[in-house]
Design a protein around this ligand. Structure first.
Ligand SMILES: [Zn+2]
Ligand SMILES: [Zn+2]
Length: 217
């Protein structure tokens, strides 16, 4: 499997296209659905699923657009963040944004309808086809998860672990101690060689974060 990365939207969220020669799994389509669709159609891939590391708006804004164009694709999120989709989506998003920065509302006003998730993920679940295992890592949000492929040595860490830093916990439903605990219990025990693809910024490895992340020493 290979990974194509796109930095999308106002927060330059990493949207990852995990693919083989025919199929693609879209991880965190945070914005710019048209560009994502364009790339997928140029490559000739079939969309299998939309996988969400958590429900913050900067990771899901292109879900409605992609769902319209790929209605067969599964939409997967952890149960604890599932209010970010479906009928509760708009209210969840607006109340979150009011806490963060009310100016951001202008970016989301035209998106009021989100599809419901088709799969509610649980810790340890294995997602078929892409062989990504769900690692439940709450703290940045209540339903934050990582997606880990052991054979390939890759982890999509969402906003839990970044290059030399960790996710924000000054947000509604975030908790610093829970986040640190998640990282220590679920992520740091992985092989040092594992490549970590975060929700923002550059790729790192578990070994580099063990050595150089100031929040984890
Ligand atoms: Zn987030
Ligand atoms: Zn984010």
């Amino acid at each position: 499997m290979e990974i194509e990365s796109l930095a999308v939207g106002i927060f330059r969220t990493n949207c990852y296209l995990l693919h083989d020669t025919q199929r693609v799994w879209i991880i965190d389509p945070g914005d710019q659905g048209e560009m994502i669709r364009q790339i997928i159609s140029e490559r000739g891939w079939t969309v299998q699923s939309i996988l969400l590391t958590h429900g913050h708006f900067d990771h899901i804004l292109a879900v409605p657009y992609l769902h319209r164009h790929y209605p067969e694709a599964e939409i997967m999120i952890h149960r604890e963040d599932s209010s970010a989709l479906g009928e509760t989506a708009y209210d969840t998003m607006v109340s979150f944004i009011r806490h963060v920065d009310v100016q951001l509302l202008q970016h989301v006003n035209d998106i009021t309808e989100f599809p419901s998730p088709t799969v509610l993920l649980e810790d340890g679940q294995l997602i078929g086809g892409c062989n990504l295992r769900v690692l439940f890592t709450p703290g940045h949000s209540r339903g934050s998860i990582g997606f880990y492929n052991e054979e390939e040595g890759i982890l999509f860490s969402g906003d839990t672990l970044f290059y030399h830093t960790i996710g924000r916990t000054d947000l509604p439903f975030a908790d610093y101690d829970v986040l640190i605990d998640s990282i220590h219990k679920k992520l740091l025990p992985l092989n040092k060689e594992v490549n970590v693809y975060p929700g923002h910024g550059k790729v790192t490895t578990i070994g580099d974060e063990l050595k150089s992340n100031p929040f984890l020493s």
